[in-house]
Write a protein that binds this ligand. Sequence first.
Ligand code: SAM
Length: 253
Amino acid sequence: MKTTNYSTIAANYDNNQFRIDELKLDYDLMDYVEQHTQNNIEMLDLSCGTGLYLEKQIQLFKGKNINWYGLDASKEMLNKAKEKVEDVNLVHGYVEKLPYNSGVFDYISNNYAFHHYEDKEKALDEITRVLKVNGIYKLHNIAIHDMPKWWVYYYFPTAYEEDIKRFWKKELVYQKLIERGFKVNLKMEYRMEEIAVKDYFHHAENRDISVLTLISDKDYEDGLMRMKRDLQLDPSKKITNDFAEVFWVSKKM
Ligand SMILES: C[S@@+](CC[C@H](N)C(=O)[O-])C[C@H]1O[C@@H](n2cnc3c(N)ncnc32)[C@H](O)[C@@H]1O
């Protein structure tokens, strides 16, 4: 699989309004906090990127007994996170070799990053190691196998070819978590709708969606041209778009 260079994406990453709009209270963290009021909760946002999730949750969980941590492999993404959040223990590091002692975290969130991990088995071993018994690992990602009509694949078909090399199917992730002794609750959110191409053109131009940096420049330019041509012919053109997200909320037994 190809790897994404986040040093080039970091500057544009937060320009994608979708990333901001979709942020909401983490109800699984809320459940955990409500059930564990006696002790401080050690909470790691793994592959925290520019700190979007941390910033939102820190606002929403103000006054709760949570110590916040973030780790990411990209110094440029972490620098963006440092501009947003205070009182978070942010470190540069790799999931395959986490710089933490064993059994220290109560809750690990992991958003939109698992497909980037080159050694996914090692990543899961490390996550299992640093989590406390009864701790929660909440893995969240897009479910590319369930969204063949995603606008990105419609205009940039080679993006799908790259994605299937790096995304594990949801059943495989489930199985790997079970093998490591987790109790897993897999949930999905799916939607299909008609979207206006004009609303997505700037996302394509911003090129902050990692797979658009993995396809060749020619395939990328061809896709942009197709979008432009469609909009010239019909500025209100709509296409059918689908989008799927998957959550594996897993308790270490
Ligand atoms: C799509 S971004 C997601 C960022 C953030 N979680 C969010 O939801 O906005 C993927 C992140 O995974 C990080 N990443 C990729 N490989 C990694 C690894 N081996 N260890 C730790 N982080 C990694 C990247 O640096 C990048 O910040």
